[in-house]
Design a protein around this ligand. Structure first.
Ligand code: 3HC
Length: 724
């Protein structure tokens, strides 16, 4: 049966006089026009039947509701027929359901998100399981809650908490929701429906209060407190949410409801949310939402019907910064982990790092001391390979030394079972070279984490042409289980993320040598939406890493590497970035970065080594042009990766850019953004710069061909060919 055919609600009336309405729209029971239509019919029937005293609303298969079907947002695909503005929120939800003559209770398991929670808040009580997740994550999709969420949530949990939940898009679990007052009782999944039914009958017979959330005022503070909370929220949003307007609109709508009353708030919410659903920001964020899920679907791999094998025991080789972070991520998801080091001292330090990572969770209140100890008990330190005989997956995370890695993989082959996956966390080295001294190339893959590995969301899964599809399926599964966003990429120097980062840094160095102020570059790039500019980032990562990876790229892609000596010169003078308190910036004891007037002399030295002169156009370059000169070479590199098949879909590079580079999600990712500007524009600018500043900017054939034919960069080759 197709997904469309299953979109409905089911009404069952029990002998107890309770009508159970179940939303059925797998996989997450999202709300569509069909579902609203069917929900409305089910309600009408239940309200009209004399044998029905009360109503319970729930979702099929243990999931209450994942909210609005967002596939129509931002014009992603044909939007379903629109009803009159305010019909669903005011006429149906508020007047029809909340104002009905029979009470409703929501029985929540799985998730109640977005419109799902809004439906639950219209009910007169909510019962949930302890692990159900409830939230209004609309802002992460560029919209605001549009079915009364901005009005009811503050009235149920208070203004501060409601703003926190909406502005961070974070859900709360049933237990916390109960403490907050968002749900009325937490029960086991087996008790969920019986309790909800009883509760609904109790309300109908006045044994429990009949509460319409929209009109509650007891959780709203004084007007003075309200103004202060709203002022603080606005100031935070202005600092954090650059280039987007929906978080401030959300606060305005909440304020309208508190100042002018909930009906006025509902109307403002309706108007604003309908506008935002059509916005370009929403289109970008919805693209990222689906691209993230699409990254789990790899043609030729995940469509073969392979099932992931259970990987119970995992070994991590190397307890340094990366290895300890990876081990932390694994034990946090309940995997048994063996951490191997070469001697007691390093092992002790590695285990200490894992403990410190968990301790920071305790400090932030995300974990109890007791949970910390339980989690640590999943980690065992070893100094040899004896215990590797029973592991299902090894992740090597030692220093970037090819011959050391080759030796390790040869040893692993001797000790591990023939089914054990042998993965490397290398960030740049070719995996076939790492596995050269083994006969196990089919089970060798990259599992490239980003530092700090237990925090950063992206996991690059690197497959070589030898890696078996089963290994990729297993790694995708483990990535999902440890709550990472996995992207499968091909084997090449730097894989996807570092390959994009490289031209990014190089373009910045080229501009500086020709006269652009580095701090203006960082400023322009930060205003564009990156978490920091290329120079601040180089300081953070440290120049040792920048030089080592630079060498790899120079070796592999000499024709398009801009050879600046600026970073090595700084390093020579013991300015290696934040760790030495000096790099492109100066750092105080609190790690605050300030511009350094001394930097100019190093730039001049680098300029004279490169033999370039200051170009007045680049001294006075506009901010928009800085952004283009930094990011168009990145787009060019992304095009090369698509041409080479390193990424099978443009959307995978969008995810790699957003999750690995910090590219602003509200611009949709690197290729999505590039297509919004047009391949012709990008190609002609690169062409112009390559004539002035060299081959570093030269458009690659993939880009040049698509620009010449006016084809979007994101179109797959098959689609592009059929358009030719
Ligand atoms: C007016 C209202 O205020 C506006 C709204 O309600 S906006 C929507 C608010 N809701 C959300 O943001 C929730 C979005 N969904 C999620 O966070 C997660 O999907 C979830 C927590 C519900 C489930 O997570 P998980 O179990 O990992 O499954 P996940 O792979 O994400 O989703 C399963 C499938 O459902 C789809 N899906 C999930 N939520 C969807 C939604 N709201 N609309 C459309 N499709 C959705 C996914 O794309 C995926 O499709 P696929 O199988 O074809 O790839």
């Amino acid at each position: 049966m197709s997904r469309e055919a299953k979109r409905t609600t089911v009404l069952e009336v029990g002998d107890d006089g309770v009508a159970l309405i179940t939303i059925v729209n797998p996989p997450v029971n999202a709300l569509t026009a069909d579902i609203f239509h069917s929900l409305s019919e089910s309600y009408e029937q239940a309200l009209g039947r004399e044998d029905v005293k009360a109503i319970v609303v729930t979702g099929a298969k243990g999931i209450f509701c994942g909210g609005f079907d967002v596939s129509g947002f931002g014009g992603q695909k044909h939007q379903e027929e629109q009803t009159r503005p305010g019909y669903t929120s005011v006429d149906f939800f508020t007047d029809g359901l909340e104002g009905a003559k029979k009470p409703s209770v929501a029985a929540i398991d799985g998730v109640a998100l977005g419109g799902g929670l809004e439906l639950a808040m219209v009910c007169h009580a909510r019962i949930s399981t302890a692990t159900a997740r409830l939230g209004l994550p609309e802002l992460q999709l560029g919209v605001i809650p549009g079915l009364g969420g901005t009005q009811r949530l503050p009235r149920l949990v208070g203004l501060s908490k409601s703003l926190e939940m909406m502005l961070t898009s974070k859900a709360v679990e049933g237990t916390e929701a109960c403490i907050l007052g968002l749900v009325d009782a937490v029960v086991s999944p087996n008790e969920l429906l019986p309790t909800a039914r009883k509760w609904a009958l109790d309300i109908s017979q006045c044994r429990r209060p009949w509460v319409a959330s929209l009109y509650r005022t007891d959780r709203l503070g004084s007007l003075k407190d309200t103004r202060q909370i709203l002022k603080f929220a606005r100031s935070q949003v202005k600092k954090q949410a650059l280039n987007v307007k929906h978080p401030l609109i959300c606060i305005d709508v909440v304020e309208e409801g508190i100042i002018s009353g909930p009906q006025a708030g509902l109307w403002k919410e309706t108007q604003e949310s309908q506008q935002l659903q059509k916005s370009y920001t929403t289109k970008c964020l919805v693209h990222v939402f689906f691209a993230q899920r699409g990254a789990l679907k790899v043609p030729g791999i995940t469509d073969r019907g392979l099932m992931p094998r259970p990987l119970n025991k995992i070994a991590v080789l190397g307890g340094g910064l990366m290895g300890s972070g990876i081990a932390t991520a694994l034990i946090l998801s309940n995997y048994s982990v063996i951490l191997k080091e070469v001697n007691e001292k390093y092992l002790h330090a590695g285990i200490g790092r894992v403990r410190a990572n968990l301790e920071s969770h305790v400090k932030k209140g995300k974990m109890t001391e007791e949970k910390l100890e339980r989690t640590m008990s999943l980690l065992r330190g070893v100094l040899d390979y004896e215990s590797f005989r029973t592991v299902d997956l090894v992740i090597e995370a030692v220093i970037e030394d090819v011959s050391l890695k080759q030796q390790i993989f040869a040893e692993l082959e001797k000790y591990c079972s023939p089914y054990c996956i042998l993965a490397s966390n290398t960030s740049t080295i070719d995996l076939t070279i790492i596995g050269e001294r083994t006969n196990s190339l089919d089970r060798i893959a990259g599992a490239h984490f980003f530092s700090p590995a237990h925090v950063m969301p992206l996991l690059e899964i690197v497959r070589t042409r030898h890696t078996s599809p089963q290994v990729v399926v297993d790694l995708l599964n483990i990535g999902k289980k440890i709550k990472k966003i996995p992207v499968v990429v091909g084997n090449c120097t730097g894989f996807a993320v570092n390959r994009m980062f490289f031209p990014y840094t190089q373009a910045a160095l080229l501009l500086v040598e020709r006269g652009t102020n580095p701090y203006r570059i960082d400023d322009a790039i930060t205003k564009f939406g990156m978490p920091m500019g290329p120079f601040r980032l180089a300081d953070l990562v440290g120049f040792g890493v920048a030089i080592a990876t630079g060498m790899q790229f120079l070796e592999k892609f000499p024709e398009r590497t801009y050879k600046s000596m600026l970073i090595p010169i700084l390093q020579e003078d013991k300015r290696a970035g934040e760790s030495t308190n000096e790099g492109f910036y100066q750092y105080d004891q609190r790690r605050k970065a300030t511009a350094d007037p001394d930097l100019e002399k190093y730039i001049e030295k680098a300029r004279s080594i490169s033999g370039v002169t200051v170009d007045s156009k680049l001294v006075n370059i506009a901010e928009d042009d800085i952004v283009e000169m930094i990011f168009f070479p990145v787009v060019n590199e992304a095009c090369r990766m698509l041409a080479e098949g390193i990424a099978v879909k443009a959307a995978d590079l969008d995810i790699a850019a957003v999750m690995g580079m910090g590219f602003p999600p509200y611009r949709g990712g690197i290729v999505f953004w590039a297509d919004s500007l047009g391949s012709k524009h990008i190609c002609s600018r690169l062409d112009e710069w390559s004539k002035m500043y060299g081959d570093f900017f030269k458009p690659c054939p993939y880009l040049a061909e698509r620009a010449a034919k006016g084809i979007p960069l994101s179109l797959s080759s098959d689609q592009a060919n059929s358009r030719l």
